[in-house]
Design a protein around this ligand. Structure first.
Ligand code: NAD
Ligand code: DAU
Length: 351
């Protein structure tokens, strides 16, 4: 029996992690704490919300008193921390919000875990979910980020995530707290909020709107199927030694423009349109400020130590992703209209 706090479980990756843990471990109690910002959507968890081992709590990790109260009431054995402001473009227009949630929110959770566990970390664990963006940008060559790569964040988002990683390591070094961190590359799959490149492009193709490509579309990202990320988190949570860091990635690098051209072909085929129709929507727009050129993850350590590897080829994952969005137009319409927020407003007033 374990009681696990998963933060940010109503978001994209968090909902996949919650689903995996609720379904795989009926003997665990899963408490999903989420503020339900614009990115949090309880519709993502409809299939597990009635499960006996699942509970949702609405709340803000920035509210230290509320977090301590929750820890006092629930006596968690472990934390899997995903709650964050996650979109780079939003961090450029509103950096402070990223400091509050990503840095202060993380420190609040660490403090409450420390107070609750009182220095006894036997069977306790604080798992912090982070990003490859903390390592900065790679050049066009073949170099990859390893766990030894120095931190060099460029955007307010990645600076806030880097800061939170440092705090987690500081609690391991200073207080001996059982902590693990993983740094993952770009995820894709179902329930991805349509402000991010892949779901935004799918949505715009459906709506016959322009697909905005920043700069020349030559930036490179390393894409991983979100369910493979959730499986990696499961493996690391259960098997990693305290204090360890693992990189997670798909060995799957694409320039943005090649990725979107491939997506356009898939969409044309699925929508019964002539090949080349969706590509006409591609529109080059002003580049993102401080746009990192390339990310690529070396996940050898995770493979060698814990036996994890990605399960899905990208072409297959992209087909599945497109199929999910086409079958879930209601989800997409609710998200883009904001309906999902008012729908749940009355049901979850736990505070
Ligand atoms: P997301 O934006 O889809 O979801 C974030 C969730 O956190 C939402 O449900 C939101 O309501 C919640 N949240 C935000 N602020 C909160 C607060 N103050 N208190 C409580 N809950 C709050 O994000 P995502 O893409 O699912 O990313 C999840 C985590 O994984 C983040 O920590 C992110 O940095 C990391 N990550 C994401 C990717 C990716 O490709 N999306 C890759 C690597 C790492
Ligand atoms: O690498 C992991 C990170 O991946 C996560 O930590 C972040 O939370 C997640 O948002 C993601 O960050 P990116 O900035 O890489 O993802 P995004 O989907 O915003 O952009 C992917 C690439 O596409 C990037 O090079 C910018 C570009 N882009 C993005 C958008 C939204 C466009 O060209 N046009 C767009 O409209």
């Amino acid at each position: 029996m374990k009681k696990i706090l998963i933060t940010g479980g109503a978001g994209f990756i968090g909902s996949h992690v919650v689903r995996r843990f609720v379904n795989t471990y009926p003997n665990y109690q899963i408490v999903n704490l989420d503020k339900l910002t614009y990115a949090g959507n309880l519709e993502n968890l409809r299939d597990v919300e009635q499960s006996a081992n699942y509970k949702f709590v609405k709340g803000d990790i920035v509210d230290a008193a509320f977090i301590q109260d929750l820890f006092d009431k629930e006596n968690f054995d472990a934390v899997i921390h995903l709650a964050a402001e996650s979109h780079v473009d939003r961090s450029i227009t509103n950096p402070t919000e990223f400091v509050m949630t990503n840095v202060v929110g993380t420190v609040n959770l660490l403090n409450s875990a420390r107070t609750t566990w009182k220095g006894d970390y036997d069977r306790k664990r604080f798992y912090h979910v982070s990003t490859d963006e903390v390592y900065g940008a790679l050049g066009e060559g073949t170099e990859m980020f390893t766990e030894e790569t120095s931190y060099d964040p460029h955007s307010p988002y990645s600076a806030s995530k880097a800061s939170s990683d440092h705090f987690v390591r500081a609690y391991f070094d200073t207080y001996g707290m059982d902590c693990v961190i993983s740094n993952c590359s770009n995820n894709y799959g179902s329930h991805h909020f349509p402000e991010k490149l892949i779901p935004l492009s799918i949505h715009n193709i459906q709506q016959n709107k322009a697909i905005p490509i920043y700069g020349k579309g030559e930036n490179i990202r390393d894409w991983l199927w979100v369910e493979d990320h959730a499986r990696a988190i499961d493996v690391i949570f259960h098997k990693a030694k305290s204090g360890e860091t693992y990189n997670i990635g798909g060995h799957n690098e694409w320039t943005n423009i090649d990725l979107i051209r491939t997506l356009c072909k898939v969409m044309d085929r699925k929508l019964g349109k002539a090949e080349g129709t969706s590509e006409k929507l591609i529109t080059y727009v002003t580049d993102r400020a401080g746009h990192d050129l390339r990310y690529a993850i070396d996940a050898t350590k995770l493979k060698n130590d814990l036996g994890w590897e990605p399960s899905l080829q990208f072409e297959e994952g992209l087909e599945k992703t497109v199929d999910w969005y086409l079958a879930n137009e209601k989800w997409l319409n609710n998200v883009t209209s904001g309906n999902y927020q008012s729908y749940y407003e009355d049901q979850y007033q736990n505070r």
